[in-house]
Ligand binder design. Structure first.
Ligand SMILES: [Zn+2]
Length: 150
């Protein structure tokens, strides 16, 4: 199996929270501010590859991350999505859930169709804020260092 970036320590550069089985990391190409990922530490490609225990852990991870992420970005709504497979737009062949905080004032408001088109467009305009946003999220989550390195 070929190692993808989510199977390397590089993912810890943008990680802001972790549990024994999952990481929460800021997307390095956020479609809007706050766009983050939930990633299993164990290499799995599809959500259906997860065990029952991992699914329960995923649910618990989402229950911790989502409310804090929304608060950190002044959002009251979110999109939660998985692109499973190349033809669904999956760029890295390692399961990851996209969490996109949404609010009435965000640039995607009322534009769900454009939201999906945006997934395939240039997002570099938000990339310059990645380090700043990761630092802010690490503060929100009181995250100091990895407890379980890959
Ligand atoms: Zn992997």
């Amino acid at each position: 199996m070929k190692a993808d970036v989510f199977c390397t320590p590089k993912i810890y550069e943008t990680t802001f929270f972790e549990t024994p089985q999952f990481l929460a990391a800021y997307n390095i190409y956020p479609i809007i501010r706050g766009h983050s990922l939930i990633i299993p530490k164990r290499h799995a490609e599809r959500i259906t590859d997860l065990s029952a225990e991992e699914l329960l852990s995923l649910k618990e991870t989402l229950s911790i991350v989502i409310p804090k992420l929304l608060k950190a970005f002044d959002a009251d709504s979110y999109n939660l999505s998985i692109n499973a497979g190349e033809h669904a737009g999956m760029a890295i062949n390692h399961l990851h859930l996209h969490i996109v905080p949404r609010s009435a004032s965000d640039p995607l408001h009322g534009k769900l169709i454009e939201f999906y088109h945006t997934l395939n467009n240039d997002r570099s305009g938000y990339a310059s804020d990645v380090k700043k946003e990761v630092a802010r999220l690490r503060k929100v989550f009181k995250y100091t260092q990895s407890q379980t390195q890959l």
